[in-house]
Design a protein around this ligand. Structure first.
Ligand SMILES: *Cc1c(COP(=O)(O)O)cnc(C)c1O
Length: 390
């Protein structure tokens, strides 16, 4: 069979086999363990991610369907599903690094990841250097003999910088480093980092992959069998692996991922363009706009530019706070990737611990509003945004 496209792969998920037939929808295997007739099969299943099902922390048929589905979408050889995005990120980092190792990460970074990297350096003896997301030369210059891993994000939060995945992953490979890419904001519909040279892709499946704001989850996808097995062993030790019900909700969401992404992107394009021409708005940050610093790179890497953008209000912090209390349809909430449009004011919420200078280094202003655009009718969204701005 020819390679299936994401629109088809997401509909035809890996279905577990029964005696002579298979369920159309993947069932929830709500069991913590499995029984054996053959002790040899039992023994053999313990040590590997793809053997017989033994115990829920090691593997589960619903969870494995999710792992196979996302590994297929990302073009990896295997995947480890976890209880949250941070569970996947930490299984990879702690599973592959040891004290004395050096890690090179891009800045900007997702807040939870940034906090974890601080912990790695202050408590676990793992040094971290930061480089811009689109500067392979800076990466080469940061490499040391003890460097092991490079950490990138396809699209960053909240001003949506796009990483130079081909350039950065090639520089990592030349230096013998493992490259890890957080692909949460793009989803495998917009970007498959393994095609650009990444060794490991991580997701918060809480976001676009599940898509309905009703479940937490994460996954790490691997380009090589060796990395897959090492991280699986560690995730099992750590107890970070996924629950079957959460995996099932995520599988259900994935079936409509390409359709949802199309609408997320189309709505975002329209809002970004209209806000860019609004007198109350000083700047709009979305890689689909020619004014965005990542625009040229984004056009090479992505077929569309995602459902998250931010904009700076002319009126600064006061205007940001006013906007938050004036929206009626858009919800004031953290997170992204669900069907409903969410707004937040980074200066008073997600980035409140930063000084104005630190905010500026992240490209955030006191009047910046971050929008995770949903799949509502664009005119209803625009009516809400324009009334909130006036
Ligand atoms: C949400 C998010 C995470 C963390 O995922 P959780 O499911 O909340 O643990 C990691 N990276 C990015 C880019 C995210 O948006």
């Amino acid at each position: 069979m020819t390679e299936l496209r994401p629109e088809t792969r997401t509909v035809h998920l890996p279905r577990p086999s029964l005696n002579g037939s298979r369920p159309i929808a993947v069932p929830i295997y709500q069991t913590s363990g499995f029984v054996f007739e053959d002790p040899a099969v039992f023994a053999e299943g313990m040590g590997r991610p793809d053997g017989a099902f033994v115990y829920g922390r090691l593997s589960n048929p619903t969870v494995r369907s999710l792992e196979e589905a996302i590994a297929g979408l990302e073009g990896g050889v295997g995947a480890v599903a976890t209880a949250s995005g941070m569970g996947a990120i930490n299984s990879v980092l702690l599973g592959l690094l040891k004290p004395g190792d050096h890690l090179i990460a891009q800045k900007p970074l997702y807040g939870g990841t940034a906090a974890m990297l601080n912990d790695l350096s202050s408590r676990f003896g793992i040094e971290v250097s930061y480089v811009p997301e689109d500067d392979p030369e800076a990466l080469r210059a940061a490499v040391r003999p003890e460097s092991r891993l490079v950490y990138l994000e396809t699209i960053a939060n909240p001003v949506t910088q796009v990483a130079d995945l081909p350039g950065m992953c090639a520089a990592a490979r030349e230096a013998g480093l493992v490259s890890v890419v957080d692909n949460t904001f793009a989803s495998p519909v917009l970007c498959r980092p393994i095609e650009h040279g990444a060794d490991i892709v991580v997701h918060s499946t809480t976001k676009y992959l599940s898509g309905h704001t009703d479940v937490l989850g994460g996954i790490a996808v691997f380009a090589s069998d060796d990395l897959y097995r090492r991280v699986w062993h560690f995730a099992v030790e750590l107890g970070a692996t996924a629950d079957p019900f959460a995996a099932w909700l995520t599988l259900r969401g994935i079936q409509t991922l390409p359709l949802r992404m199309e609408r997320h992107c189309a709505n975002t394009r329209e809002l970004a363009l209209r806000l860019d021409n609004h007198p109350a708005v000083a700047a709009v940050h979305w890689p689909g706009l020619p004014s965005h610093p990542s625009h040229a790179l984004a056009r090479k890497l992505l077929p569309d530019f995602g459902g998250v953008f931010s904009f700076d209000l002319v009126g600064g912090r006061a205007a940001g706070e006013k906007f938050m209390s004036s929206v009626r349809l858009a919800l004031l909430a953290p997170s992204l990737g669900g069907v409903e449009t969410l707004v937040l004011h980074p200066a008073t919420t997600s980035h409140r611990s930063l000084t104005p200078e630190e905010l500026a280094r992240h490209g955030i202003r006191e009047g910046t509003v971050r929008v995770a655009v949903g799949i509502e009718h664009i005119e209803d969204l625009w009516d809400d945004f324009s009334q909130a701005l006036s």
